[in-house]
Design a protein around this ligand. Structure first.
Ligand SMILES: NC(=O)c1ccc[n+]([C@@H]2O[C@H](COP(=O)([O-])OP(=O)(O)OC[C@H]3O[C@@H](n4cnc5c(N)ncnc54)[C@H](O)[C@@H]3O)[C@@H](O)[C@H]2O)c1
Length: 246
């Protein structure tokens, strides 16, 4: 129960890695808000592990402000923020990704980090404490072809993490990033392009530990970074990648 008495928002918490993170934070005693654009998914997870379900579009300023207000009204403070919601374009030559899709990827994967910071950092620095965990990707460290704009959005998130960490350190707020390798979530099929045994084998061949990452792997790593066990860790970019980026 490393997070007893702590409160945590997990964006995109209704599915995949976000659900694994929300489950782990709740199991370690945190009060959680599962914030997702899909109300059914958020509601289902909360009925399983408890907490608050909240419908949010993390790319929309008013919606993020409402999410922050709801959490602060319920708890009086937010100790942990996990910026996990993210999307991708399909594997495509870079010049063929249409402009609306490019804008959507950057709004959900990048602008959201700015919006949640604007909505929640003031309350954290007032309290003199907070932990933000950004879910980036190995795509931001060691990009694959045909996912260029998704890769770049995750590179942006890694730089944002370091910049936030240095600026917020005097206020007692730690900011770290996790870089998962391809994981067993509903998003995997989009990265693979075609979810065939051959394509899975091709991806697995690049992961020295020989398996995809799981929501449990991400839950364990996020829990560590969010907890006081990581009290001296900020600006870290931790790969959860079975050795893929070595
Ligand atoms: N699965 C992978 O292979 C992989 C690898 C590296 C990094 N990641 C990153 O991990 C994070 C989670 O991905 P996942 O694989 O669990 O995906 P997922 O599709 O299983 O879950 C994403 C969740 O985010 C929600 N969401 C989407 N857009 C949203 C929005 N605008 N506002 C609020 N919620 C929104 C979805 O409803 C869904 O519940 C993403 O940031 C992704 O880029 C995934």
């Amino acid at each position: 129960m490393r997070l007893t008495g702590r409160t945590a928002i997990v964006t995109g918490g209704g599915s995949g890695f976000g659900a694994g993170i929300a489950r782990k934070l709740a199991a370690e005693g945190a009060e959680i808000m599962v914030a997702d654009i899909n109300p059914e998914a958020a509601g289902a997870l909360v009925s399983e592990v408890g907490g608050l379900a909240h419908t949010v579009d993390v790319s929309n300023a008013d919606s993020v402000a409402e999410m922050a207000a709801a959490a602060l009204a319920a708890w009086g403070r937010v100790d942990i923020l996990v910026n996990n919601a993210g999307i991708t374009h399909l594997p495509t030559p870079m010049q063929d990704v249409d402009e609306a899709e490019f804008d959507r990827v950057f709004a959900v994967n990048c602008k959201s980090v700015y919006l949640t910071a604007r909505a929640l950092v003031p309350a954290m620095t007032d309290m003199g404490r907070g932990s933000i965990v950004n879910i980036a990707s190995t795509a931001g460290l060691s990009p694959r072809p045909r996912l260029s704009w998704y890769n770049a959005s995750k590179g942006w998130m890694i730089t944002a993490t370091k910049s936030m960490a240095i600026e917020l350190a005097p206020g007692g707020v730690r900011v770290n990033a996790l870089c998962p390798v391809a994981g067993e979530t509903p998003l995997l099929a989009s990265f693979l392009g075609e979810d065939t045994p051959q394509m899975r084998a091709k991806f697995l061949a690049t992961i020295p530990l020989g398996r995809f990452s799981t929501p449990e792997d991400l839950g364990n790593a996020a829990c560590f970074l969010a907890s006081d066990e990581a009290a001296m860790i900020t600006g870290a970019v931790l790969t959860v990648d079975g050795g893929r980026c070595i």
